[in-house]
Design a protein around this ligand. Sequence first.
Ligand code: BGC
Length: 425
Amino acid sequence: MRRRWTTAPAAALAAALAASGCGGGTGGGGDAAQVEVFSWWTGGGEEAGLNALIEMYEERHPDTEFVNAAVAGGSGTNAQAVLEGRLQSQDPPDSFQGHAGAELQDYIEAGYLEPLDGFYDEHGLREALPDQLLEQISYDGSVYSVPVNIHRSNVLWFNPSVLEEAGIEEPPQTLDDLIAGLEAVEEETDAVPMAVGAQWTVDHLLESVLLGSLGTEGYNALWEPGADWGTPEVAAALADFEAVLEHTQEESASEDWQEASRRVAEGEAAFTVMGDWAAGYFDELGMTAGEDYDWAASPGTEGTYLWLSDSFTLPVGAPNPEAADAWLELAASREGQDAFNPLKGSIPAREDADPEQYADSPYLSAALEEWQSGPELAGSFWHGVAADNRWKNAIDTAVGLYLQDGDTDALQDALNEASQAAQTE
Ligand code: BGC
């Protein structure tokens, strides 16, 4: 395809981008009639949210071809490796999905991202987004991404009928309740007590167990410089983790989060701990909240939002910075966020979103209300807030070994080493 700028000549564009602080000076050579957006939203719920945005983009920019460069694999396990390769070889997409927090800081420090200060000023975004979120996407006073949502990691999804069959009257409030509940499901029903999928879903479970066992302050302290993971408190949390994992299904490693969630909604499993993207998936499956599935904060974490946020970036050298700018404008807008999030199973990053758009979903309306009430906050480590990619990968390696050898002491040592290594990076 011939390369051309769609709405402004290149010189005018370069001047506009320079004035907006949007960068893009290193771009060029790309196809201006195209925008390539990189994410890992290919599965149930997530793809629907992305498609809603793509549709809006195509309506607003009919002359620009939207290239959906999503790479399959829950939580970006495959996508992030592909992306890193592209960034290292200076072949960036026009925009890519990156979690607010430590993960984004990695990309910024590596020099992969353009600052978006001018873009923020132009669209009044500093006023539209919560301060704690702005902090997570800023570096040296500049802002580097556009958050589209807030997700909650610490959700315990359960099947009400299976719980009833197991004689569990209320969703478990504490990890001890959960472990007792898992034993009851094991004894009284044929269902899998706790559904998990690929290894990353076990990492995901680990963060909720750490939070539930250590409390918000104790969990947040784990990510502070010099944090000691060798304590009896962490040992107790890992003992809970072990007890929970004893009640998971065996044939899970080849499945992703959708399969674990589906097992719950269809009564094959009692519980799963998964982020609230599962809410989008349940909707897509036509499941009814309160009947096919229900939810509670993961045990021991009531009142705390273990949060994460998907955000989009402008990479240095983006081939089509103007088209990327239009994508970011849509992702930042109230209309864009209110179209995307109800399908995605997340609440908007913007504080001025329309609550009506979330009213049809019992889960999302409750989540929005809780978020707006100012819950305690803890940052997800698996989804990029609390730990950078290197630290997160070291934890994943430790968890992988643990899943093979079941040695909890060795797991704790490895987690402690990962924490010490992260401090000296
Ligand atoms: C992302 C979500 C996504 C989930 C499962 C998380 O890391 O932030 O947007 O739905 O992974 O793929």
